[in-house]
Structure formats: C-alpha cells, structure tokens
Write a protein that binds this ligand. Structure first.
Ligand SMILES: NC(=O)c1ccc[n+]([C@@H]2O[C@H](COP(=O)([O-])OP(=O)(O)OC[C@H]3O[C@@H](n4cnc5c(N)ncnc54)[C@H](O)[C@@H]3O)[C@@H](O)[C@H]2O)c1
Length: 215
C-alpha cells in the first residue's frame, strides 16, 4: 500500500463507494467526463469535498483535463483500485423466500459491488430463474459453486450452521447474514449482520438520547 493510500481518512473512504456507484451509472449512460459540480448534484456531496477526496486517488495518470472535467473511466478505475472492489465480484444468495426474493429483485449491485450470480434453495419449486438470477438446488451447491466467489448472502430459515460450514469449506470469506441465528465461523471469515430489529432498537436509543439532550 502506498503512503498516500494510508493517509486516506475514514470519512473520505466512506464517500468513495458513493462516488463509484454514481459514476458507474453515469458511465453506463455514456458520460465520458464529468465536472465535480455534476457529481455533487447526484451525490449531494459538496464539490469542494469531492475535489479534495479525489486528491487522495493514485495519480499515476492524470484523472482529467483542465476545463473538461474528470475522465469518468479513469476515476472509476482509481476508485475501484483503492476500494479493492470488482465490478464482476461474484456473489451468491442462499434462501430464496420472502427476504431472499426481495434482495434478488433489488438488483442495484450492478454498478457497485458485483452481482448475484446464483441463488440456492432447498425447495424444488424454487429451482429455475427468478428476477434474472438462476436458482439452484442447495444439494448441488458443491458442484455448481461459482469460481472465485468469496461473498454469500444468507437468507435461510433452517440449518444455518450446516449451510455456513459448507460455504466456508468452498472458500466463502464474507457472509452478509440476515438470519436471526447464532452460528460460528473460523478465523478469517467475516460476518456482517443485517437485522431490522437491531436497527429499530438502535434508532430508539438515538431518539431517546436526542430527546434528553433537548430537555
Ligand atoms: N434480518 C432481518 O431483519 C430479518 C427480517 C425478516 C426475516 N429474517 C430472517 O431471514 C430468514 C428468511 O426469512 P424469510 O421471511 O425470507 O423466510 P422464508 O421462509 O420466506 O424463506 C426461507 C427460504 O429459505 C429456504 N431454506 C430454508 N432453510 C434452508 C436450507 N437449510 N438450505 C436451503 N434453503 C433453505 C426455504 O426453502 C425458503 O425458500 C429467516 O431466518 C428470518 O428469521 C431476518
């Protein structure tokens, strides 16, 4: 890692995915260059902040021409490089019920962190295609597991630990967990829990703290 990368603040790093998503969308619609003011309009981040943040990107190549704005593809490449995210990062989803279906339908990963290549379920009625994603039988997980897949989204309701064990054995390094189940992963595997109940509880705590501040 270069010295420059090490100095990137947390706040700047947290804005990079927002720029990346907006620029990939712009790039898809044929916009080859952009002004910081145009990106500011889409992201609601001040253009001065954007220009300062871009100053932290690797500058081996010039990132744009004076008066013409920044080069969309060069900035996309630089941001992807710093974030270590691939546009084609293969992701799988396990459990295509209410929640899993909603996630498959919400297909906005396209321009941000890769795409769900396959989904898996044990229900034979689910096997086929849904929302443009192939649903496979969980019994065939080992035979059909996509090459280089490191991220799995977990939306199953039963046998969570055994599914996790199989995923880890196949090389999964990161799990986005929507289940309310406790499970164990070996060192080196990251789990990110997403739970609406916890989100509501945290929100209530923040609201109470704010209310007592105002008293
Ligand atoms: N994180 C949250 O905020 C939140 C909100 C709602 C539900 N949940 C949890 O998410 C999970 C899914 O909820 P849902 O409403 O979609 O349930 P659901 O019953 O509608 O769907 C579960 C799906 O997973 C499949 N499945 C279950 N066990 C499996 C296994 N071992 N292998 C393969 N497929 C399996 C089922 O066939 C079904 O299609 C549950 O664990 C639920 O408690 C979390």
């Amino acid at each position: 890692m270069s010295e420059k990368k090490q100095r990137i603040s947390r706040a700047t790093m947290s804005r990079f995915p927002i720029y990346l998503k907006a620029l990939r969308t712009m790039g898809q619609s044929g916009k080859e260059s952009f002004l910081s003011s145009e990106l500011a309009e889409v992201t609601h981040i001040q253009d001065t902040t954007i220009r300062r943040d871009f100053g932290f990107l690797p500058q081996e190549n010039s990132l744009g021409k004076r008066g013409y704005g920044y080069d969309t593809q060069l900035i996309i490449d630089a941001l992807s490089n710093v974030l270590g995210l691939g546009l084609d990062e293969p992701i799988i989803l396990v459990g295509v019920g209410n929640l899993g279906s909603a996630i498959l339908k919400y297909n906005r990963w396209k321009y941000t962190v890769g795409k769900i290549v396959y989904a898996y379920d044990r229900d034979q009625n689910m096997i086929g295609e849904r929302f443009g994603v192939e649903i496979k039988d969980i019994n065939d997980l080992e035979e059909t597991f996509p090459k280089d897949c490191k991220i799995a989204i977990l939306c199953v309701s039963d046998d969570v630990q055994s599914i996790v064990d199989r995923l880890v054995a196949l090389g999964i390094k990161g799990i986005v967990d929507f289940t309310h189940n406790h499970f164990i992963v070996p060192e080196g595997v990251e789990v990110q829990n997403v739970d609406v109940v916890v989100a509501i509880q945290e929100l209530e705590l923040k609201m109470k703290a704010k209310a007592s501040e105002e008293e």
